[in-house]
Design a protein around this ligand. Sequence first.
Ligand SMILES: Cc1cc2nc3c(=O)[nH]c(=O)nc-3n(C[C@H](O)[C@H](O)[C@H](O)COP(=O)(O)OP(=O)(O)OC[C@H]3O[C@@H](n4cnc5c(N)ncnc54)[C@H](O)[C@@H]3O)c2cc1C
Length: 522
Amino acid sequence: MVGRTPGPLVIGSGIAGLYVALRCRELGLRPTIVTKARLEESNTRYAQGGIAAAIGPDDSPARHLADTVRAGAGLVDVAAARVLTREAPARMADLVRYGVPFDTAEGRITLGREAAHSRSRLLHAGGDATGYSIEETLKRKVLDAGIEARERTSLRGLRPGGKAGPVAVLSATGGGPTELEPPRPVVLATGGVGSLYLQSSNPSVATGEGVAIAFRTGAIVTDMEFVQFHPTAFAQEGAPRFLITEAMRGEGAILRNADGVRFMPKVHPDAELAPRDVVARAIQQEIDRSGRPYVFLDATELPRDLLFARFPSVSNFLLAHGVDPSRQMIPVAPVAHYMIGGVTTDLEGRTTVPGLFAVGEVASTGVHGANRLGSNSLVEGLVFGERVARRLSEPAAGGPTEPPQVLSVRPVEGRGEPEGRSRFEEIRSRLWEDVGIVRSEAKLRPALEWFEEVGRAAEPATPRAEAGPVANAALTASLVARAALARTESRGAHFRSDFPRPRAVWQHHLGIRLLLSGRRRS
Ligand SMILES: Cc1cc2nc3c(=O)[nH]c(=O)nc-3n(C[C@H](O)[C@H](O)[C@H](O)COP(=O)(O)OP(=O)(O)OC[C@H]3O[C@@H](n4cnc5c(N)ncnc54)[C@H](O)[C@@H]3O)c2cc1C
């Protein structure tokens, strides 16, 4: 029986948003989905490698936990990772129940392997079309369930709405008059920030707006310095930066430099299956050394049948761009891929703002530490999505504890100047150049000052009012740069050439919050 009171407003329609909405409906709530493009447009749709869960006979949640903790470079919140790894198998059962067509052999789900997983534990569907299959299945279920879904509508801002939750300010994507939603719980499922970087694997919807809006509303954000760069995206001039899944290296593809020499065995004992940050930096070093904007991924030793059966999307994409992966080497380079940090939440998705929840890539539970284990992000949206739905159906007070160190930032006095597309592109270039794979104070400080100046021009003249895409982009970029500047060490996905090693004093999460009236600077 579906209740009459308004259910949550779910912002975003990737795996996290669609799943939360479906589960809310099953638990008797009336959710509404708001999403800025078409329902299916999301990072989720492009996920290739798989979704991780310990369902194999030689695997266990404890092993999955150990791998997650190891990958996270000392910063994984173990309680969050325990929840993730314990509850992942049950969430896979939900996906099967919803009809996700996972690949099987002899009636059993087949499991793939990726870097830093000690067991084969990646469920996949349609070979490397895992995200597409999940997104399409969940979308169909949402539509079948009659859940209201407002496409091409963007969240622009949040205003205080009292006990019931915030007032959401919405408008047609790209402009138009604003509409105010009556106060109700708001679930941010707005995904990552990848496409704020010039070189990115993410679709254009992934601009970190949820982070900017939540921060402006007073939510603490955590771990913003940890942006994961994926080592291998297609790097042919003029072609899209299509991701070449790590699972291909898992099957035996190797990396060669511009001279055709395999280089990873000298860099790390796990060679091509070393952690993503190690592989990404090694490739970047080769690129800097050779002056060619790519290295090669060599899959020519893999049987052609296997390549096309296991990686149909990648193989067909490559063929369409003139590269036959069974016979030719693939030019690849690193790209911005995944935002590890985001809006601080507890294990039930509650942020530090009452009535505001966050789940999926936009959220920061600490589950990934300083470096995400591949294929742990799709499953994160389900595991914490389930917890958000349950919490919404049985409201109770609570919220996350503050991270050990929180930087307080004064709000800028915005000038509300008209925004231009070129500014947006400049932010993307600057983020890639100065807050990218290898960072240093010499680049981070001027970049931060520049993002803040762009923010001052673009932020609305009225504090905490709704902002446009450039103001949001500048704010999110400044949060990444500020955190990267503050963390004077290298750890996981964050590498500082001026502090190239981890430091014990930094073995903690770093939060940032806006200094709203009445708060003292910390
Ligand atoms: C190419 C690629 C391959 C990947 N491969 C894998 C993999 O194999 N395994 C794995 O686990 N992870 C993988 N990832 C990461 C994973 O896909 C994402 O982390 C995950 O899908 C995020 O899900 P989400 O629901 O949080 O966000 P998304 O799927 O990104 O959805 C965000 C939604 O929010 C909407 N939105 C954003 N801002 C607003 C706004 N202001 N108003 C309204 N709507 C808004 C967007 O339109 C979108 O619908 C991959 C990512 C990419 C890009």
